[in-house]
Design a protein around this ligand. Structure first.
Ligand SMILES: [Zn+2]
Length: 68
């Protein structure tokens, strides 16, 4: 039986077996850091959007005066 080779989440390259791979499931330390940086960047961006969305209190009143 032959297990399919694990693919690196970052570069889709072949990943060395776990016992001899300190950065498993990545193929290299570079890919590990790249993936980690991407996650942190997304997390930061989402947090920033949330902070800026709906945090301004009541919206300014539109023109509701109807002179009748
Ligand atoms: Zn890789």
């Amino acid at each position: 039986m032959k297990r399919p080779a694990r693919k690196c989440p970052t570069c889709r390259g072949a990943v060395p077996q776990r016992p001899e791979n300190a950065v498993w499931p990545f193929c290299s330390d570079k890919c590990r850091l790249s993936d980690l940086g991407r996650w942190l960047d997304e997390d930061y961006r989402i947090a920033g959007e949330r902070a800026g969305d709906g945090g301004g209190g009541d919206p300014p009143a539109e023109e509701q005066e109807e002179g009748t």
